[in-house]
Design a binder for this molecule. Structure first.
Ligand code: DC
Length: 220
């Protein structure tokens, strides 16, 4: 692989976004929020009155939609008809719909292809649920973040978001296609009680350690 991909996976509210953004800024890598891509499709389904439980209808919409990637200020965005639905994808309605869309195998195929194309923008910090297991299984830089459910639910509440995290985690973990689980070789961080800076520092330290290890292995 020409560029480095840092894969950060974990359940909802495990600190992936905050950590991935910090790590990307500190290393000057491009940040990719893959959850935002699934949310964009869920939003597009709602806009077009496509039932998110109907895999065939969603796959039909996926074949037709005019979606493309761009990269602005170190962040990859997915545009639909040239529009970036930044706010719309965070509504409660979209959050409730997204795990259904994410369970559809054709959706996951499309996402895999598109998410791998992000490498065109350079070294990446990519956060999601299956980056280390399915999207870039070849990367040496895999991380798994987690914290107890009550703490993760508290984080969401503090952000003013009320949603059933346990239900969404269960749907993400139980689906047949690319279920939520730690990748082999992932460095696991339970960030319970940590500040975002502390857990981001743990990631950076481990990335440096693995980079060093790579260098010495090459010189042997
Ligand atoms: O991280 P998030 O809450 O924005 O993710 C939204 C949903 O998308 C989440 O319920 C699971 C799904 N998702 C996924 O299945 N695979 C990813 N790589 C990222 C998100």
């Amino acid at each position: 692989m020409k560029h480095i991909v840092i894969a950060i996976d974990g359940p909802s509210a495990s600190g992936k976004s905050t950590n991935a953004r910090m790590v990307a800024a500190l290393l000057n890598y491009v940040y990719v929020d893959t959850g935002a891509m699934f949310r964009t499709l869920a939003w597009h389904c709602l806009q077009n009155r496509v039932d998110v439980h109907d895999a065939k209808a969603v796959a039909g919409l996926l074949r037709k939609w005019k979606a493309r990637l761009d990269c602005v200020e170190g962040k990859v965005r997915l545009l639909v008809d040239g529009y970036y639905p930044e706010k719309e994808i965070r509504t409660a309605e979209t959050s409730a719909a997204v795990a259904h869309v994410a369970a559809i195998p054709k959706v996951r195929d499309w996402m895999k292809k598109t998410q791998r194309e992000c490498i065109q923008f350079g070294n990446l910090v990519m956060e999601g649920r299956d980056i280390g297991t399915h999207i870039f299984p070849e990367t040496d830089f895999k991380f798994w973040l987690d914290a107890p459910l009550h703490e993760r639910a508290g984080r969401r509440q503090a952000e003013g978001v009320h949603e059933n995290l346990a239900a969404r985690d269960e749907r993400d973990s139980q689906r047949a296609a690319a279920p939520l689980m730690p990748a082999l070789g992932a460095h696991k961080i339970n960030n319970s009680g940590m500040t975002p800076e502390q857990s981001a520092n743990l990631i950076i330290t481990e990335v440096h350690r693995r980079l060093e290890h790579r260098k010495t292995a090459r010189h042997k």
